[in-house]
Design a protein around this ligand. Sequence first.
Ligand code: SF4
Length: 215
Amino acid sequence: MNKALQIAAALEKVYPEALCALRYDGEPWRLMVMARLSAQCTDKRVNEVCETLFARFPTYQSLADALLEEVEAIVRPCGLYHVKAREIIAECAMLRDEYNGRVPDTMEELLRFPGVGRKVANLLLGDLYKLPAVVVDTHCIRLSGRWGLVPAGEKDPVKIERILTAALADLPGSGQSDFCHRIVLFGREYCSARAPRCVECPIRALCPSADKEVK
Ligand code: SF4
């Protein structure tokens, strides 16, 4: 078993449930919107903002028809609110006009949507369709490096996605995206950017960076 699979198995024991931190209530279009809002914003804040957003616009059709200024005012706490508001309205319009409300299940189609890059597309593929999909976010980049799963100093999300996808190829179904959700939980609880808690870390035996000074 390679190192990535060993870490995936260890993290599964620490976090048996690998739930998405975004609360989208089983509504795929909401996850698409929330994923866009989550760029450079915490999941906690996105959840809070979206309680208001989805109370005001409970369907993708209503959000597609929303006034830009009104959506901007609601999503403002998420930052980058001009572009985020414009793009989530455009996403919903595209869902309505081209997909009859169904979030597509291929990378190629997802990348056609405004504001959807590979990270968001992989999140959607993994969470909605249980397809193999590695979500490379800031936690994944940091921890892949600390664990030595990618070459030292590698920060390119596309390269990291390629390396991890190959290393995790034996994980069935949603195993890859579950792994990525667990990385987020683990990064927050044990292995933050500034202060990793190596002494208490449940997977320190697998980590080449244990007790090393943070750079
Ligand atoms: S041993 Fe330290 S650096 Fe390694 S994963 Fe655990 S907390 Fe992070």
